[in-house]
Design a protein around this ligand. Structure first.
Ligand SMILES: Cc1cn([C@H]2C[C@H](O)[C@@H](COP(=O)(O)OP(=O)(O)O[C@H]3O[C@@H](C)C(=O)[C@@H](O)[C@H]3O)O2)c(=O)[nH]c1=O
Length: 173
């Protein structure tokens, strides 16, 4: 299994065990004997469909004890996943990076302390992601997807957004 570090603080891309024969594919989405996820506690597994290409969800995080580490995997279509360091004491505070997922074999693991978002690159994109904490709307925070302070190189500049995601405030550095 391969691993590629993407960002200081622990974001990484990895490739899962994948078996294919004449019947189809067998892919381990989560297994505790995967050395990259052996310490990961799954609290949620979320399946999210987006009908339209260029739908953007995010950027979201949860504050304090509700912070989540997430493992994103596209199981149909393709998406550009973005993550932003929101740890105030971090030397890379408010720095962002992105990675394109276009194969169910590959997943991106993003630690606690990052805001996350993704832009679909195809119609009918299906995202399956793990989270290591429960959802608590009262601790949800967000960043505006195109905040100039984050300088994220999104692959579409006019995406489809929820009303919630249009309304996040700009950060002040
Ligand atoms: C995120 C989430 C939402 N919900 C509910 C709230 C709401 O009624 C409905 C849709 O929520 P949202 O509009 O926030 O869904 P969405 O915009 O898809 O939110 C997701 O975006 C990506 C980028 C992430 O990083 C995820 O952690 C999550 O925040 O689902 C839960 O019950 N549990 C959850 O964990």
């Amino acid at each position: 299994m391969k691993k590629l570090d993407l960002f200081p603080g622990g974001a990484f891309l990895f490739e899962s065990h994948y078996f294919e024969d004449e019947r189809g594919v067998f892919l381990k989405v989560f297994n505790t004997d995967n050395s990259f996820l052996s310490d990961y506690t799954v609290k949620q597994i979320n399946y999210v469909t987006s009908a339209e290409k260029h739908t953007l969800r995010g950027l979201h995080f949860q504050h304090g004890d509700n912070a989540e580490s997430k493992v994103f995997r596209v199981i149909n279509g393709a998406a550009q996943v973005a993550f932003v360091d929101v740890r105030p004491d971090s030397p890379t505070y408010l720095q962002a990076s992105t990675v394109v997922l276009d194969n169910p074999k590959r997943a991106v693991a993003i630690p606690r302390g990052f805001a996350t978002g993704y832009l679909t690159l195809t119609n009918n994109t299906v995202m399956l992601y793990l989270a290591d904490n429960d959802y608590n709307v009262s601790t949800e925070g967000g960043l505006l997807w195109n905040d100039p302070a984050l300088n994220i190189n999104w692959l579409e500049k006019n995406p489809i957004l929820s009303d919630k995601d249009k309304a996040w405030a700009l950060v002040t550095k």
